[in-house]
Write a protein that binds this ligand. Structure first.
Ligand code: G1P
Length: 289
């Protein structure tokens, strides 16, 4: 029996400089796609996979992220009085079970690996998911759930992967693959942000992971990797051979909301999925293209 997957860590300490000035005061994970902040999409995706405990790794100026999932008593009261049931339902979609959300601070931005290490007390001895809210997923089945299903079969570590153009390998963690059935690939090696000519493949890690707690001890060696940062990819690479490690090509679409064009595309794709908006959006798009 595998230990069940109940925990998720969401690193949200990034400065969001690519979205300045919008992110001067506002956390980038609070930017909405249509009408829901990125962070809430990630929490809902994790919940759909049976995750019950959440840890946000935040930084200075990021308190709104924790606030967002608190009870907004006055607002709820006013909406009730005015019988605004639709708005109330939307408000309640941010409710969390008492004690299910915690946050820790990463005081200094030393890298993604370091951010995950900051959540070590939360992780303890349990397997855990990681969701990078910048990677937004549009799929019938939660990507964390898809990863969890592979984890239940194979055990060990499972990461979401996608083919990227070779000229983009220097933006991602890249896999060296072994046995590969076109859906699940055995991972033989991992390299963070290799140059296109040095990349062992074009299969890249997307921001969804199911990892074993042993990765924490590997991060704690605090070795600097790509960009002088403490990289999660390097710590994961040291688990290969000791634990099963697989990459899963998940079903669905992913939008890179850390990038302006990706973020705009996500707006359109998500709006077109909405019955209340699709018609209007289609009509106005026709005027531009
Ligand atoms: C991080 C990881 C990288 C991964 C990527 C997915 O990079 O370090 O391995 O491929 O997320 O979005 P970042 O986007 O933080 O530079």
């Amino acid at each position: 029996m595998r230990k069940p997957l109940k925990k998720a860590v969401l690193p949200v300490a990034g400065l969001g400089t690519r979205f300045l000035p919008a992110t001067k005061v506002l956390a980038k994970e609070m930017l909405p796609v249509v009408d829901k902040p990125l962070i809430q999409y990630a929490i809902e995706e994790a919940r759909a996979a049976g995750i019950e405990q959440f840890c946000l790794v935040t930084g200075r100026g990021k308190t709104a992220l924790v606030e967002h999932f608190d009870l907004a008593y006055e607002l709820e009261h006013t909406l009730k009085e005015r019988a605004k049931t639709d708005a109330l339902d939307l408000l309640r979609s941010t409710a969390m079970a008492p004690g299910s959300l915690m946050s820790v601070r990463q005081q200094v931005p030393l890298g993604l690996g370091h951010a995950i290490w900051c959540a070590r007390a939360f992780v303890g001895d349990d397997p855990f998911a990681i969701l990078l809210p910048d990677d937004l997923v549009l799929a019938d089945v939660s990507w964390v759930k898809q990863l969890a299903e592979v984890y239940a079969e194979t055990g060990g570590n499972v990461v979401a992967v996608e083919e990227v153009p070779r000229e983009h390998t220097n933006r991602y963690g890249i896999l060296k693959t072994g046995k590969d059935d076109g859906r699940v690939a055995e991972v033989l090696g991992l390299v963070e942000k290799p140059k296109p000519e040095e990349a062992p493949s074009t299969l890249s890690i997307i921001g969804r992971y199911v990892l074993m707690p042993e990765v924490i001890a590997e991060i704690a060696r605090f070795e600097k990797g790509a960009g002088g940062e403490i990289q999660l990819t390097d710590a994961m690479a040291r688990l290969i051979g000791r634990q099963p490690f697989h990459g899963l090509r998940c079903q669905g679409r992913r939008f890179d909301c850390g990038d302006k064009a990706g973020f705009l595309e996500a707006q359109i794709a998500f709006a077109l999925k909405r019955p209340d908006l699709a018609g209007k959006v289609r009509a106005f798009l026709a005027r531009y293209v």
